[in-house]
Design a protein around this ligand. Sequence first.
Ligand code: NDP
Length: 399
Amino acid sequence: MTDILIIGCGGVGSVVAHKCAQAKVAEQSFGTITIAARTQKRLESVAKHVDATYGVMPAIAQVDADDTKALIALIERVKPAIVVNVALPYQDLSIMESCLACGVHYLDTANYEPPDTAHFEYKWQWAYRERFEKAGLCALLGSGFDPGVTNVFAAWVMKHELDSVQVLDIIDCNAGDHGQHFATNFNPEINIREVTAKGRYWEQGEWVETDPLSWSMDYDFPEIGTRKCFLMYHEELESLVQNLPGLRRARFWMTFSENYLNHLRVLEHVGMTRIDPVSFQGQSIVPVQFLAKLLPDPASLGPLTRGKTCIGNRMQGLSKGSPKTVYIYNICDHEACYKEVGSQAISYTTGVPAMVGTKMLADGTWLKPGVWNMEQMDPDPFLRDLATYGLPWQCVRVE
Ligand code: NDP
């Protein structure tokens, strides 16, 4: 059985640990599960919850994943076959280096972002292709929901529904309400950096930039109703425009409530979302990191959040020479997620695909040397397991 090391034990890491334990019990998919991060107390409480839920007690280990030497020592001690990186995007390269040094496969849910620039791009991780290939190791990038399932949805539509695609809209709706004045549903620093960045979409072979959250549309979501969605740049667009030839337009949309946007505007206006260090009483602080400390921990929103998420792809193209549009999506209920694993739906919809991607590597289904994005793999086995492990999905024809 495949031993795994999960690095990161926040909202997402906790769900991954629970779901790996579930797959271990149900299908013997994994051997020893070790979870690692810097804070011992959190590791202990997640391990206890996993044990109480599935009767599997994960091992725990304290590590700072920015410290490659310490991480290599941990991997050498634990000897996992796969490292699952659900820490922060800043750690991606250090963890990939450690995997290469130890001959271990790698998986993550977010692409690398340098701490001092709010700019995420695959180039840093794609640069590892040759090294992973030569080492006979697999690195699977972006195995969350978006990126992740949205990439696999695109591959599934291209395999089963369309012969060619011209327009792709990925639409992410979180209609959950946590009752807080302002909170982010995943890591606040990463979330705020993403939302306050310029928008970008693919049009006729080039990227078009838009001012942050300056474009919106109303979309009628199944089981939720109409919500306002804002155009943003999102990392899966970068690989999808390369891997879906013929794509004329590709955009990503996300819903935000008026309340969230009002708070964000004020925080921006007063400088609290800045990512450059400022000097304060003789100390250097980064305002967005300070803000993240004050905001509710996303993991604490689990018991508070009510409502549903709906994330999916609307894809327009040709099938047997005729125009066809399909919408492929998942709906997830915050309260049901909390009841099952003690987390809200954003952590759940990221953690389940991270486990399923890990399972695809563990059982050899997706295991091939190199650095891969999710749409480059066969979507069928992944989507089968995704539904089995809590995220059922549907594809409907749009007239
Ligand atoms: P949290 O902030 O809740 O958790 C982050 C975890 O990483 C914590 O356990 C933290 O623990 C750990 N961590 C941070 N720095 C280090 C370090 N240097 N060494 C070891 N561990 C570290 O974030 P989330 O769980 O919400 O998000 C996790 C990842 O998932 C992020 O990369 C995020 O971008 C991604 N994500 C992807 C989505 C998708 O759909 N693809 C959607 C949502 C999130 P400690 O501080 O104790 O070390």
